[in-house]
Design a protein around this ligand. Structure first.
Ligand code: PLP
Length: 394
């Protein structure tokens, strides 16, 4: 009999009933140290008092109206995002997938409005992940996500990560945009070198096409800058955001330059919930905290400490771990042992990590994790590796 919850997930036998900062409490009372943060969502930890206050204050006043009316909380968050980034305008969504949908619609509409309706092509990259809608699975193009769901949305092509010649060859007069994650998340924590991101920006300018960045996972302070592309000193035309921006409340956004957004006039797009007062009240508080340079400086210091500790673990457990990769507090341990074994051994040490492709486990702690908890996480990873070595998996 099919379970009452559609069985599209292989769930771990863990039921968390409460969260406190970087800790999750299981129904049986065990405390787990959370180096996954709900896959880079709980950027400020669990039950963060500032976010609880922002949410409950708004919850007592007004939950929902409609985008038919002015929404001051949405306006305030849009202003903060525009002030802090390349963007001139913002549309709020409820997820990364919806941000992907709009980013693609916006790029096509941009050229349609410019009298170049033939420019519909989106060039994306192998190993990428952009969500689960038809556009998003067509963009990612992995067999695992598309199989059985055809016919796929046309207009997408794929280039291998780092294949410069292939990328040049893929661009023609029907191309609208290049879509890329500055740091691939699901694909195994693969950062695009700054030089390559600069090169992509130049290429898009030269060809007159748009650069869409998917910063759903790597944005909102995760790499130690508010957005990951800032490290390369470039600006995208369109950017997808979600995950960390709501700190655990469902919220996403598409940020765009005025030019890129020029086709999106009244009536061309909408959302019932997108930019709802509850989500935006929380998002505004998240932005205030994360966009603060002092906070980002601390993220970089913590990232340096975690990375150094992980390098040490790779050196001391060469049969379990192969290398550390990533940027800021978006780090991956490429494993030699099967990553599923490492994940299970970490559970046994009451440590939460997240698997990724390419036999990687991801470490995506809350950005405000204390140094003490980071040291504890390293100690538990050390014990995890010892478990794997001794075959005492779980
Ligand atoms: C998680 C993720 C998405 C999809 O976001 P959802 O909120 O699950 O729809 C898209 N792109 C990237 C890079 C992601 O990590």
């Amino acid at each position: 009999m099919i379970p009452s919850v559609l069985p599209t997930y292989n769930r771990a036998p863990l039921t968390f009933v409460k969260g406190e900062g970087s800790w999750l409490i299981e129904a049986d009372g065990r405390r787990f140290l959370d180096m996954g943060a709900g896959i880079a969502v709980n950027a400020l930890g669990h039950a963060n008092p500032d976010l609880v206050a922002a949410l409950t204050e708004q919850a007592g006043r007004l939950w929902h109206t409609s985008n038919l009316y002015q929404i001051p909380q949405q306006q305030a968050l849009a202003d903060k995002l525009v002030d802090a980034t390349f963007a001139d305008t913002v549309f709020f969504t409820n997820s990364g997938t919806e941000s992907c949908e709009l980013a693609i619609k916006m790029a096509r509409k941009h050229f349609h409005a410019k009298g170049q309706p033939e420019r519909i092509g989106i060039i994306a990259f192998e190993g990428s992940f952009h969500g689960r809608s038809h556009a998003a699975i067509a963009a990612a193009g992995s067999e695992k996500m598309t199989s059985g769901f055809g016919p796929l949305l046309p207009g997408f092509s794929h280039v291998a990560w780092g294949d410069h010649d292939g990328l040049h060859a893929a661009i023609d007069e029907t191309t609208a945009a290049i879509l890329i994650e500055p740091v691939q998340g699901e694909g195994g924590i693969r950062p695009l070198p700054d030089q390559c991101l600069k090169g992509l920006r130049d290429l898009c300018d030269e060809k007159g096409i748009l650069l869409i960045l998917d910063e759903v996972q790597c944005g909102m302070g995760r790499t130690g800058r508010l957005f990951a592309h800032e490290w390369a000193g470039i600006e995208p035309d369109i950017m997808m955001v979600a995950k960390g921006i709501g700190g655990g409340f469902p919220l996403g956004a598409v940020l765009a330059s005025e030019s890129a957004a020029s086709g999106m006039t009244a009536g061309t797009h909408g959302s019932t919930y997108g930019g709802n007062p509850l989500a935006c009240a929380v998002g505004a508080r998240v932005m205030d905290i994360i966009a603060d340079p002092t906070f980002l400086q601390e993220v970089n210091e913590k990232a340096g400490r975690l990375r150094q500790g992980l390098e040490g673990l790779v050196a001391s457990h060469p049969d379990v771990f192969e290398e550390v990769r990533g940027s800021g507090l978006m780090l991956g341990l490429k494993c030699k042992a099967p990553n599923a074994d490492v994940l299970a051994a970490a559970y046994a040490e009451q440590l939460i990590t997240v698997p990724a492709a390419d036999n990687v486990i991801r470490l995506l702690p809350p950005l405000n994790m204390s140094n003490e908890d980071l040291s504890e996480a390293l100690a538990r990873l050390d014990a995890t590796a010892t478990r794997v070595e001794t075959g005492n998996g779980s």
